[in-house]
Structure formats: structure tokens, C-alpha cells
Design a binder for this molecule. Structure first.
Ligand code: AMP
Ligand code: MG
Length: 309
């Protein structure tokens, strides 16, 4: 049965949860202003309540209705929206994004998703929608409809199949507070691309106030059941090797045989989940270059392996 944008918008207005495709990963979505619906998301995911959610909006005008943007925030929105950049800025409207969604902070994280269906549903709904990754907390994010359904489908009143996620890793999160831009979470918009717009990013920890921290960045996260071993040169007995680059490991399990970071990001969570289904003794992953999108891929892999990033 196909579900229209209006059906999905009605479900959100009724306080129900929606499996929502975005270009990064599949989200479990709810009305950001409805504390009961937002509580149901934390419950479904098993997500700790100190980890705030991102308010997804249809355009920059909706973003500025909930957040206060300075010139740098506007420049970033202009450069990267719609797309996988989340901007944390001072809160303007505490009702449209409820306290629970913000984990009580007086800043708010906003983004305009690049996925046309997500934007159409949010526009039909008319208010911000929180949409954390549709996985149970700590597990790899779903990047296919089937994976999203498997993770949290039973909690959703409406499920939207938007195909495979093109990007495959979560949005980049920056804070723009007190005139400074800090990178809180690497993602598919790279550090280099952001610095081309706003100049050098503040180094994390350099006199940064509370607002420039990301409360939800746990050490063990994005993890399959099998132990993950990173920077691996070859598979050990019983392990599956996710290779990167030509001739590395079994091509079936390669993140990108061509050594392409965009392809590796798109394949990352899907391969981790597929490898896990084979019940290996472990999942080994080839070294991934640190630059560009490699920063986000390495961040997720270090967390999947249980190292703090
Ligand atoms: P997720 O919804 O799982 O993609 O995670 C959202 C990310 O945004 C987490 O890393 C949060 O800690 C971060 N985040 C959301 N709101 C804020 C905020 N107001 N201040 C700092 N980080 C935030
Ligand atoms: Mg997540």
C-alpha cells in the first residue's frame, strides 16, 4: 500500500511515529513539539534521554523560526541545504522543538534533509520533525528500508520506503554559537568543505563552552554484534574483512574496490549489518584514509570498535 505525504503528515500530527527515508540514513520521525511522541522515540530506540535530537525542517525559513542564525550559520545553510549538515544554534522557539527533544538545552540542532520525500512530508506537516536514525540505540544505522523495518518498524504507525540511502552516514553536526563554528560530529559534509565557507573551525576543547559539546557521542555506538577490528591488513580465521581499495579482501565484502570514499560511506553500515548476519567471530576493516569523508567513516568505525573518537 502506498502512503501519501498527507497520510504521513497526518500520522505525525496524531503523535504517531513514522519510518522516514533521508539521504543520510533512515529516521524514526515524530512531531518535534509533541513530548509524548518524542518520548516514544527515546523508548523505541532505547536512547538515553541526555542525547538531544535533530529537528528536521522543510527550508531555511522554518529553521530560523526555531533557531537564531548569525551570518556564519546563514552562510552554511546557504551552502549546504538541503543536505547532510546539521547546525546547532541558540533556541528561538521552545514549543516547536520540545524540551525532551533538546535534552533540556537552550540550543537546538536543525537541518533541511536532501531527500525530496522527507522534505515533502515535513512541508506537508508544516512544523519541525525529529528523526534520529531508526536503529535501536548503539546499533549500526539502517540505510535500507528493510533494515529500518527490522530495527524499529514495529514502533511506527506509518512506514515510508524511499529506497536506499545515497549518503549512508549521518549528517555532519556543527555548532554556531557565540560567533564560533565547531565540528561536533564528522559526517558527509567534510571539514574541508565547511572551512571553505566559514574559515578554520574552532579546535574542539579550546575554551569551548557547554554548547559546543555534543552530549550524545558515546564510545560504543554504531556497533554490530560481532567485534569490530579496524586498521586490519587481512582477515584472521573466522573474521570477515571489509576491504577498501583494489584487490583487498573478497570483493563481495568490499566497502569500495575502487578506493572511493563516497562509495565506502554509502556501503559502510549496510556491509556491517550484512557481515553480522553471517555470525563471524569478528569483522575486520581495512585502513580508511583520514581525509575528506574518511574522517566520518573512521569516526563511526572507531565507535563501532569501542574506541572513543
Ligand atoms: P542522531 O539523531 O542520532 O543523528 O544524533 C544527533 C546528534 O546531534 C547527536 O550527536 C547529538 O548530541 C547532537 N545534537 C543534537 N542537538 C544538539 C544540541 N543542542 N547541542 C549539541 N549537540 C546536539
Ligand atoms: Mg543514530
Amino acid at each position: 500500500m502506498t502512503v501519501s505525504d498527507a497520510d504521513a503528515a497526518r500520522a505525525l500530527a496524531d503523535g504517531r511515529l513514522v519510518i522516514l527515508p533521508t539521504e543520510t540514513v533512515y529516521g524514526l520521525a515524530a512531531d518535534a513539539g509533541n513530548a509524548v511522541a518524542v518520548a516514544a522515540i527515546f523508548e523505541a530506540k532505547g536512547r538515553p534521554r541526555f542525547n538531544p535530537l535533530i529537528a528536521h525542517v522543510a527550508d531555511a525559513v522554518q529553521a530560523e523560526a526555531v533557531a537564531v542564525f548569525d551570518a556564519q550559520a546563514r552562510a552554511l545553510a546557504e551552502a549546504f541545504w538541503p543536505g547532510p549538515l546539521t547546525i546547532v544554534a541558540p533556541l528561538r522557539d521552545r514549543d516547536r522543538v520540545c524540551d525532551l527533544a533538546r535534552a533540556g538545552l537552550d540550543s537546538v540542532a536543525v537541518r533541511v534533509p536532501g531527500h525530496a520525500r522527507a522534505r515533502a512530508i515535513i512541508a506537508a506537516f508544516g512544523r519541525p520533525v525529529v528523526a534520529p536514525s531508526a536503529n535501536r540505540s548503539g546499533r549500526p544505522s539502517p540505510t535500507t528500508f528493510a533494515d529500518a523495518v527490522e530495527e524499529t518498524g514495529t514502533f511506527a504507525g506509518v512506514l515510508i520506503d524511499g529506497g536506499d540511502c545515497a549518503v549512508g552516514v549521518e549528517s555532519t553536526v556543527v555548532s554556531v554559537l557565540d560567533g564560533r563554528v565547531s565540528l561536533l560530529r564528522p559526517g558527509s559534509v567534510t571539514r574541508e568543505e565547511i572551512e571553505a565557507v566559514v574559515g578554520p573551525l574552532a579546535r574542539f576543547g579550546q575554551g569551548d563552552g557547554e554548547g559546543h559539546r555534543s552530549p550524545g557521542r558515546m564510545a560504543l555506538h554504531y556497533a554490530p554484534d560481532a567485534p569490530v577490528r579496524i586498521e586490519a591488513e587481512a582477515a584472521r580465521p573466522g573474521e570477515i574483512l571489509l576491504g577498501f581499495g583494489p584487490g583487498v579482501g573478497d570483493p563481495r565484502w568490499s566497502l569500495s574496490a575502487a578506493g572511493d570514499l563516497r562509495e565506502a560511506a554509502a556501503n559502510l553500515f549496510r556491509r556491517l549489518r550484512e557481515a553480522d548476519r553471517e555470525r563471524p567471530t569478528g569483522i575486520a576493516v581495512s585502513p580508511i584514509p583520514p581525509h575528506g569523508l574518511g574522517e566520518a567513516i573512521n569516526d563511526r568505525l572507531r565507535r563501532a570498535a569501542g574506541f572513543v573518537g
